[in-house]
Design a protein around this ligand. Structure first.
Ligand code: SF4
Length: 77
């Protein structure tokens, strides 16, 4: 059984509040006071989260491995 867990954050200083992520993935992101926030701060590995992180033009959606803290996306330089 895969115990891997990811954390999901939106960098509030980087988010432009375009709402693209919330439009494409309404079950995962919502806009509050002009900024996107994840509706669930944690998830099992999930392709939709990777799609959302890639979709954000600002790279503001941060997906990390909960156990290691290593970025899943955006990838570290
Ligand atoms: S797509 Fe990125 S910049 Fe746009 S609302 Fe979502 S997190 Fe913010």
């Amino acid at each position: 059984m895969d115990e891997t867990r990811w954390t999901v954050e939106v960098d509030q200083s980087a988010c432009l509040g375009t709402g693209v992520c919330a439009s494409v993935f309404p079950a995962r992101f919502g806009l509050t006071r002009g900024k996107s926030r994840p509706l669930h701060g944690e998830s099992g590995p999930d392709a939709e989260l990777l799609d959302a992180a890639e979709l954000c033009p600002m790279g503001a959606i941060l997906v990390r491995d909960r156990a290691t803290g290593v970025n899943v996306l955006p990838e570290d330089d």
